[in-house]
Ligand binder design. Structure first.
Ligand SMILES: [Fe+2]
Length: 488
């Protein structure tokens, strides 16, 4: 290993595995480099991600780390407060008491020998570590494969599993949820995987009451982590999966993991499913010009009957290199994701009634964590922000922020580079109340080598100018997803 890779590995592991525990702190305005814009004061950035992964001498896959909710609140006087709490799931309370792994995860076993993993009584390792949304007076910490956990919006104390009156109980629900602002509805998607797949989309009103349910049986096995909505469709890529049945059998008996038992199916061409929303009708399958595997979507909208979709798209996808995870007894390898071709941002157009669509790559960079104006989900929006790598040959770990002008695809994207071995999380766009295409971008960047994180604020019109405010923080674990929240 070269000295440079050794430094990078140390920095990446420090940033990914930081575990400061519950936090309560204030950063005075005098310690902030620059000035927090008045437009942000009184609001807060919420984020969620794994906050405890080194457990009892083993490294859990980051997907299996315990949910750690953070609230960065911009105060009227220009200071910032940070409150952080673990989500008190049964898996968390059990492992906090035992100080070791007690629940098997998506990519984590309890021990290296299968007999150490033959425990079926503990249920799912729902660690509520992936998303955070405010709904019905609560914060919902979402996880892949179960109901979200409700968290008190002020104290961040855990209120319990949120099943919407039992509707999501026992349902393998995706971590990503969508907010239809025009109708003020929360949209969820549950998935039943197997030789064929059943997707169930549900829509809840502002009081958490179920309004609509759409069950969509799909051919074959598919992978879904995210989806998007338009007024008339639920939209997601077909993401064909090949189940490795032998590996799945081994996983059941503790000799492998669920993550090892699935692979993208290279034999099947890329396609997008359009599932009718709120009206009956068949699911439309629209084929794409090449292979496609999508983890995250930016947005979708309808124009003249066509569906336009912005997605971060892999042509070739392999499970297992996420965050450089090499198993419970080795450090994360930040060079491991470099072995795959990065995902790129595409605008996909699915014409009205057509069975095939077109696509256009919008940036030369590898892009993930695509985010748009929070009020524009499902309708046309001018800007998209994402996390990227300055070196366009590579994908994660990300070191830069990216801004794409969706109104003019000929314009090159803007980027801001945070520094060597400084890791950049998901950017959140906080639009100006007056002008949709202006506002600020907030993100957390972590320098693992210097053991510090920084909340950065940038002018959304000019990312290249760099942060207009930098709020110093202790080293915080890399988060997955966040949201902008109004003042309490
Ligand atoms: Fe995600």
């Amino acid at each position: 290993m070269t000295a440079a890779l050794e430094t990078r590995t140390r920095a990446w592991n420090a940033a990914m595995s930081a575990s400061p525990g519950p936090l309560e702190l204030t950063v005075e305005a005098s310690r902030i480099d620059g000035v927090v814009p008045h437009a942000l004061r009184g609001g807060r950035l919420l984020s969620n991600g794994p906050g405890w992964t080194h457990i009892g001498g083993r490294l859990a896959h980051p997907f299996d780390g315990h949910g750690y909710v953070r609230a960065f609140e911009f105060q009227p006087d220009g200071s910032m407060t940070l409150r952080a709490r673990f989500v008190q799931t049964p898996a968390y309370t059990s492992e906090a008491a035992a100080k070791r792994l007690t629940h098997r995860g998506l990519g984590t076993n309890l021990g290296d020998h299968f007999w150490q993993n033959l425990k079926f009584g503990n249920g799912l390792r729902n660690v509520a570590n992936t998303t955070i949304v405010r709904w019905n007076g609560k914060l919902l910490a979402g996880w892949e494969g179960g109901a979200p956990y409700a968290v008190d919006p002020t104290t961040l104390e855990t209120l319990g599993e949120e099943t919407f009156g039992g509707v999501l109980a026992g349902q393998a629900t995706l971590a990503h949820m969508k907010h239809d602002v025009a109708l003020d509805r929360l949209v969820t998607c549950s998935i039943k995987m197997g030789p064929t797949t059943t997707l169930t989309f549900r829509e809840f009103d502002a009081a958490g009451r179920l309004l609509d349910t759409r069950v969509a049986p799909m051919p074959g096995s598919l992978f879904a982590h995210d989806f998007v909505i338009t007024p008339n469709w639920y939209v997601l890529a077909s993401n064909p999966l090949q189940m490795k049945w032998g590996e799945l059998a081994k996983a059941v008996f503790g000799a492998s993991t669920l993550m090892n038992a699935i692979a993208s199916d290279a034999r099947v061409p890329g396609a997008v499913y359009l599932v009718p929303r709120r009206t009956p009708g068949p699911v439309r399958t629209v084929t794409l010009p090449g292979r496609a595997f999508v983890v995250h979507y930016g947005n979708a909208f309808e124009r003249d009957g066509a569906v336009h979709l912005d997605a971060c798209l892999f042509h070739d996808f392999a499970f297992g290199a996420e965050f450089g995870f090499r198993g419970p007894n080795a450090p994360l390898d930040p060079a491991l994701p470099d072995t795959r071709v990065p995902q790129h941002l595409y605008r996909i157009v699915l014409p009205d009634g057509a069975t095939s669509g077109t696509w256009q790559q919008l940036a030369p960079h590898g892009v993930d964590f695509p985010r748009v104006h929070p009020g524009h989900e499902g309708r046309e929006t001018p800007l998209l922000f994402g996390a990227t790598r300055a070196d366009t040959r590579h994908s994660d770990p990300f070191d830069s922020l990216l801004r794409v002008d969706l109104r003019d695809h000929s314009k090159p994207p803007q980027t801001w580079f945070a520094g060597d071995n400084v890791f950049v999380g998901e950017p959140i766009f906080v639009p100006s109340p007056e002008r949709d295409h202006e506002g600020h971008v907030v993100a957390i960047v972590s320098d693992g080598a210097a053991e510090r994180s920084t909340l950065v604020v940038l002018d959304a019109s000019n990312l290249e100018a760099g942060p207009i405010a930098r709020v110093p923080m202790p080293l915080l674990p890399y988060a997955f997803h966040g949201t902008w929240d109004r003042a309490l």
